[in-house]
Write a protein that binds this ligand. Structure first.
Ligand code: FAD
Ligand code: NAD
Length: 465
């Protein structure tokens, strides 16, 4: 026997050693590992596939469903008048075009190029070793990794812990459950929150299920809906419109407790003003907490002011580790501040940029885009906006003159400019006036000091629809 030949040879390189260890411990390796199955993840994958014909991609999501868009979950999906929507996820968009909630059908996931691990959570990242740890103990090695984990709905504690009757709302599964609950009618729903989610959901359920005797109470601490965004008068107007549409609104109010009513199987909601009422379901829409719990064994900088992982202009938190979407704290070039944005267009654009930077052969590019966002509540309360639209800023609004047959003062079309202490426009909200975001971006980008506010009168025109 030639003993020499039998003796295992030590690996010649670090890479060879790593390959051997990976084989021994059954560690799979992918060129790209994407953590999170949302909008940022989807658009990153799209870019990688475009740039790198030799890509091997692993997408890991703790949800069951393949990537989908969230905006229709509070809007179009409720307006289909088809109870089978919970299965098909088909809907018509604003222009009447048929769409599906999923970005791509299931069939595109699960091949040599793109694999999908569903209902598994990433619980740690060993950044120096380039290893991802899943909650089932599996380790996966990456060359480049994207964290696109979004945010988790804020939970509130009540005496009742019945999670079938008290729920948060973010996923398609939450939609399915809530839709199944309201579809047969004759129920009372309480929505906690006067932000985007609480207000959109209230309006959609109310508009589409009022005729089935679904009654809604909306409770929030602010004086009016979307009051961190709208100037006071507009928030009041939007709230009044919601009240007119049939919702019972409790503004400036907190839910003190929710208790199971053992006599009738319902819930009793008590408010901090002493009032109480019975309800069948409470939806908590109290904001999100960015999902920054994926890296434990190495420290990644977390933005202590805005939350989220701090990234450089190329959207990297470390070499070969990128962050995109709701969970990224980034430097906004046109506003000159660090911030975190929780909206769809930003998730799309940062996803694309991260995917592109991960797979390009060229020098990675900085994220300089100014994302927009939009919302639709009742008919007549809808807008598109861009930049810093915090209602604490000074605002200057230009409203289109109501037509002569409309004698009542109502807000139909207007442009609201948000100005900083130096009188520079840092945000623009176009109310009922669509397709103006590029003009608005240009105004923000110019960083011009507005000497006379009347200069803004004609800065953005009104569309003709
Ligand atoms: P997400 O879409 O939240 O995706 C994150 C994914 O990561 C999820 O699948 C999550 O389960 C997964 N994940 C998290 N942690 C882990 C982990 N440890 N391991 C594995 N997977 C993990 N914005 C607008 O501009 N306009 C709108 O009209 C609008 N409507 C909305 C309606 C609803 C109901 C909601 C909830 C949001 C809406 N938004 C809207 C906001 C927009 O959808 C979000 O900003 C966007 O989804 C953020 O994308 P993301 O990819 O960063 O995160
Ligand atoms: P939000 O931050 O817009 O509003 C949170 C609401 O919950 C506020 O009314 C706030 O006062 C209330 N709240 C917070 N903590 C509370 C507490 N302890 N007790 C009582 N009330 C409390 O967040 P949201 O409306 O929950 O939306 C969730 C996420 O979904 C956000 O990231 C939002 O941007 C996103 N979203 C966006 C859109 C859109 O852009 N059109 C639509 C839906 C959802």
């Amino acid at each position: 026997i030639d003993v020499k030949e039998k003796k295992p040879q030590p690996p010649k390189t670090k890479e060879e050693y790593q390959r051997k260890m990976d084989e021994e411990y059954d560690i799979e390796q992918f060129k790209y590992v994407i953590i999170g199955g949302g909008t940022a993840a989807y658009h990153a994958i799209d870019k990688i596939l475009e740039n790198d014909k030799e890509a091997t991609i692993l997408l890991i999501s703790k949800e069951y469903d393949v990537p989908y868009q969230r905006p229709p979950l509070t809007k179009s999906l409720w307006a289909t008048k088809d109870d089978n929507v919970v299965n098909t996820l088909d809907f018509s968009d604003w222009s009447g075009k048929k769409q599906n909630l999923l970005y791509e059908p299931e069939s595109i996931y699960g091949n040599d190029v793109l694999q999908f691990i569903r209902t598994k959570k990433v619980v740690d990242l060993h950044i120096d070793e380039k290893l991802v740890l899943l909650n089932d103990g599996k380790l996966i090695r990456y060359d480049k990794c994207l964290i696109a984990t979004g945010g988790e709905p804020r939970q509130l504690k009540f005496t009742s812990t019945n999670d079938k009757k008290i729920s948060t709302y973010r996923t398609v599964d939450d939609f399915r459950k809530l839709y199944e609950f309201v579809k047969d009618g004759d129920k009372h729903v309480t929505v906690l929150g006067g932000g985007f989610l609480g207000s959109e959901l209230t309006c959609s359920i109310n508009a589409n299920f009022q005729d089935k005797n679904i009654k809604i109470d909306q409770v929030f601490p602010e004086p009016g809906v979307l009051s961190t965004l709208f100037p006071e008068y507009l928030s009041k107007y939007a709230t009044d419109e919601i009240v007119k549409s049939g919702v019972k609104v409790h503004s400036g109010t907190l839910i003190k407790d929710v208790v199971d009513n053992s006599e009738n199987g319902r819930l009793t909601v008590t408010l901090n003003n002493g009032e109480s009422f019975e309800t069948d379901h409470v939806v908590v829409a109290a904001g999100i907490i960015p999902n920054t719990n994926v890296v434990k064994s190495t420290s990644l900088e977390i933005d202590t002011v805005n939350g989220g992982y701090v990234v450089n202009p190329e959207l990297q938190a470390r070499t070969d580790l990128y962050v995109a979407g709701d969970v990224a704290s980034y430097y906004d070039f046109s506003l000159g501040v660090r911030r975190r944005v929780e909206h769809h267009d930003h998730a799309r654009a940062t996803g694309e940029m991260a995917g592109s930077n991960m797979s390009t052969k060229n020098t990675p590019a900085p994220y300089t885009y100014q994302p927009f966002f939009w919302s639709d509540l009742t008919p007549g309360v809808g807008f598109e906006a861009v930049g810093n639209t915090n209602s604490k800023l000074k605002t200057f609004s230009v409203w289109e003159k109501p037509s002569s047959d409309d004698s009542k003062q109502s807000y139909t079309k207007g442009n609201i400019y948000y100005l900083n202490d130096n009188n520079v426009v840092v945000g623009v909200l176009c109310y009922g006036n669509y397709g103006k975001m590029d003009t608005a971006r240009d105004i923000i980008l110019k960083r011009k000091v507005v000497q006379d506010l009347n200069q803004l009168q004609h800065a953005i025109d009104f569309d003709e629809h």
